[in-house]
Design a protein around this ligand. Structure first.
Ligand SMILES: *Cc1c(COP(=O)(O)O)cnc(C)c1O
Length: 221
């Protein structure tokens, strides 16, 4: 078995049934993705639009491609025809553009609302108040070609496990509140995207449904 296949197997064994693995293949060659594909992996995540579209063209059509990084509005059009889930929606204007491109492609695009849960300045995402005011607005209700299926967040880059755990816990609380208040009867609102190579076991304990794992599968970048 290849190293990639071994890594995938080991990680899959640690993922409970309610969660799924997004194999983060950014910067890695098509051959590495092919290896993971042959080992049974079907969900892949990329954080750059150009790289995502190139890989989409070259690889099998039954791959689910997830856009996991910061997305610029002017690039949504390139991924709208095929992307399966956009994890990092961090502004209403981006959501409007995704809706517009969904309409053009005659698709309803699934997205996650990204929350700023880390104590660090540099990470993107909504505050609770800003997310709520968006979800309450008439403009949000008028979007017909976008579907919010959950939340996404990144914990602080730290070795402090308690801090990471409390940030993931905060995201889970946001998810629960949104579910109760805005998505009560929508079964599709069910995803909590949290956890990377360094912190995914904690994220799974705190309720993650999508872990985004790169280096633990494909090696360092
Ligand atoms: C790169 C990246 C990951 C995966 O990081 P690893 O530490 O390699 O597992 C997860 N989420 C996002 C948003 C990323 O950009």
């Amino acid at each position: 078995m290849s190293i990639i296949a071994q890594n995938l197997k080991r990680i899959q064994n640690n993922i409970p049934a309610q969660a799924r693995l997004v194999a983060v293949s950014k910067t890695k060659p098509v051959s590495a993705i092919q290896e993971a594909y042959e080992a049974g992996q079907r969900i892949f995540g990329e954080n750059k639009v150009q790289e995502l579209t190139t890989k989409y063209e070259l690889l099998p059509r039954d791959i689910e491609w997830h856009m996991i990084g910061h997305l610029q509005s002017n690039k949504v059009k390139y991924i709208a025809p095929f992307v399966k889930l956009i994890h990092g929606v961090d502004s209403f204007s981006l959501l409007q553009e995704i809706n517009k491109q969904g309409q053009k492609n005659n698709r309803v695009l699934d997205v996650l609302v990204q929350f700023h849960i880390a104590k660090e300045e540099s990470k993107f995402g909504f505050s609770w108040d800003d997310a709520e005011s968006m979800l309450k607005s008439a403009e949000f209700s008028s979007l017909t070609h976008v579907r919010v299926v959950g939340v996404m967040g990144m914990a602080s880059f730290t070795s402090d496990e308690q801090m990471i755990r409390s940030e993931f816990r905060e995201l889970k609380i946001y998810f629960d509140k949104l579910k109760e208040t805005y998505f009560k009867n929508e079964n599709s609102f069910r995803e909590i995207s949290m956890g990377m190579s360094g912190d995914y076991p904690i994220a799974l304990e705190e309720g993650s449904t999508l872990v985004r794992i790169g280096s633990a599968i494909f090696g360092g970048r």
